[in-house]
Design a protein around this ligand. Structure first.
Ligand code: FES
Length: 574
């Protein structure tokens, strides 16, 4: 590397100093056995690792990091791996989402405060992807994403079973007496039988697809199974590429443009992606200073059909998706709808990368003229029940409920819901609208994935499998149903959802994009006067979060984290 280029490397502000400070920065790192020439002005690549045994979806990341390092060394860089807070979706209480913004702060400050010129983000389980992208975006160094890849298809008694989706389905079967508890427990190790993230098109696979669609990873990142040797080849190529990106000064702002987000929204529609992509993409865009609104998801995704026949909306799983051609095959199919100028980390555009991408299975990835489902994307609903918007995923909903008027049955909390839902005395039938309050960003806190409330037993026993549900919560990307989510403002912030009472009539009109509480304005005003805000946390992260979290329609980031601070070298430490 020329002296001119070396001067531009921020790591040289640590390692290039010929004085006491330079000694300290180099000498302590040398205790790990690195030779002198590692500090000679070659790009230092930080490998941001979310490995944790408590995040089982990312449990193979130490191995993956070794392959990234191979690539970095090959290209003449110096890789240094560092851990950040890892968020395991199935373990963290009260919800991993409460800590997405905290983890993003860890990522941001770890990058900025260290001698790093370029970054590889190792991401997998749901919240690990947005938290790393958000934190890195606020630094804006050359950055490349590498997802951990999905697990192999679950196999149980001769059938494929999908992460999450199979749990929701089988637990309802147990409740309805169609499956024993022993059978249910026996399926645990059959559903999740390899390393990797959930293999349905849930939030993890959706977000891995968003990483690829945004241009933040090399092609094929989303779908290669975690245990496939090609995942490790991709890791090595990712390591090689980030060194080149540093030399080219290919920073995140050149990739995460408005055009890239538009492409991501359209790809999310085409894959039938998770509703969680909405809050995450809004938050990432907020960090980059890219203007993106909730309404963009409806407007941009509306004309895109769903082409991918994957659970929870369809039949197949991520392993099938990869063998069918993966995300490049989908991108090729919808290329006419995509912004052709959006650049990716390999220096080519998203559309160019996928121009010749083959499709090997038209059952899994359908052609755009014969789509798996014509109704895709996210519908944004407005009305007096959600003045700032609420969302529904039409491809996961029941067509006969998309226009519905029903009597509200209200639950003030998820605990109250669990207490009462199977009470035979509960006055509820399949025509009612289940309403859940206080599960939004401030209310839960952390906006839990509880919006897909299980149906009452007595309704389930009639063979009914779906009802209209409305809340300020999120739902798991592996769930399905006619579920209205992310109502904003949320109940705990005094949104109109807080004023709904059992017996009120609610109208859902997805085609008209309307969510209406049929109660006179004067009565709502009277109820508003009586409303009391819930108690808020008094200390620690919970307090900081509740005091500063923004509403769902803005991406639920903390207000003071929106935007970025760049990667200027901080003052010396000694
Ligand atoms: Fe980690 Fe689904 S629980 S990806």
């Amino acid at each position: 590397m020329s002296d001119e280029k070396k001067k531009g490397l921020r790591s040289q502000a640590w390692f290039g100093k010929q004085d006491r400070d330079g000694f300290m920065h180099r000498s302590w790192i040398k205790n790990q056995g690195y030779p002198d020439d590692m500090f000679d002005g070659r790009p230092v690549i930080g490998i941001c690792n979310t490995w944790s045994e408590l995040t089982p979806c990312n449990g193979h990341f130490r191995e993956l990091a070794e392959f990234v390092k191979r690539g970095v060394y090959e290209a003449g860089g110096f890789p240094l791996e560092f851990p950040v807070m890892s968020l395991g979706e199935t373990q963290l209480r009260p919800t991993a989402m409460l800590f997405r913004n905290l983890a993003s702060m860890d990522v941001e400050e770890s990058i900025r405060g260290n001698p790093i010129d370029g970054v590889v983000l190792l991401m997998g389980c749901d919240k690990t992807t947005p938290s790393l992208l958000m934190g890195a975006a606020s630094c804006n160094l050359p950055t490349i994403g590498l997802s951990g890849g999905p697990m192999l298809n679950g196999k149980f008694r001769g059938h494929d079973v999908g992460s999450g989706t199979g749990v929701w389905m089988m637990s309802e079967m147990v409740r309805a007496g169609q499956m024993t508890m022993d059978e249910f427990v026996a399926s645990e190790s059959c559903m999740h039988r390899s390393k990797g993230n959930c293999m349905t098109m849930g939030t993890a696979s959706t977000m891995a697809s968003m990483v690829e669609a945004l241009g933040m990873s090399l092609p094929e990142n989303a779908a290669i199974p975690a245990v496939d040797s090609r995942r490790y080849k991709l890791a090595q190529l990712t390591g090689r590429r980030i060194v080149e990106m540093v030399k080219q000064d290919l920073t995140m702002d050149k990739i995460l443009t408005r055009e890239a987000f538009e492409n991501a929204i359209r790809v999310n529609a085409a894959i039938g992606g998770s509703t969680n992509a909405v809050v995450h993409l809004l938050a990432i865009a907020g960090r980059m200073g890219v203007p993106l609104k909730l309404e963009d998801f409806d407007r941009l995704g509306a004309e895109i059909p769903c082409l991918v026949n994957l659970q929870p909306s369809g039949k197949y799983l991520m392993e099938d998706f990869y063998y069918a051609g993966g995300l490049p095959a989908v991108i090729r199919e919808i290329q006419g709808w995509l912004r052709p100028e959006a650049l990716t980390v390999n220096g080519r555009t998203l559309v160019d990368n996928s121009r010749e991408a083959p499709c090997y299975n038209r059952e899994v990835i359908t052609p755009r003229d014969e789509p798996f489902k014509p109704d895709a994307g996210i519908a944004v609903l407005k009305g007096n029940l959600a003045p700032n918007g609420a969302i529904i995923k039409p491809s996961a909903a029941s067509p006969h409920l998309m226009q519905h008027r029903g009597r509200a049955v209200v639950f003030e909390s998820i605990e109250e819901f669990h207490e009462r839902i199977n009470d035979p005395e509960l006055d509820i039938d399949e025509h009612c609208v289940m309403v859940l309050k206080n599960c939004g960003p401030k209310g839960y806190p952390g906006m839990a994935e509880v919006g897909n409330m299980p149906l009452p037993l007595k309704v389930l026993q009639k063979g009914i499998t779906d009802m209209v549900r409305v809340s300020d919560a999120r739902m798991s990307g592996t769930a399905y149903g006619t579920v209205v989510l992310h109502a904003s403002p949320e109940a705990a912030a005094g949104g109109p959802l807080a004023l709904v009472r059992t017996g009120d009539m609610i109208e859902l009109d997805v085609a008209g994009r309307r969510l209406h509480l049929d109660v006179p304005e004067a009565e709502l005003a009277r109820r508003r006067e009586q409303w009391q805000a819930p108690e808020t946390p008094k200390r620690g992260w919970y307090k900081l979060y509740v005091d500063h979290v923004q509403q769902a329609h803005l991406g639920a980031d903390l207000d003071f984290l929106v935007g970025g601070s760049g990667a200027a070298v901080p003052r010396e430490s000694h």
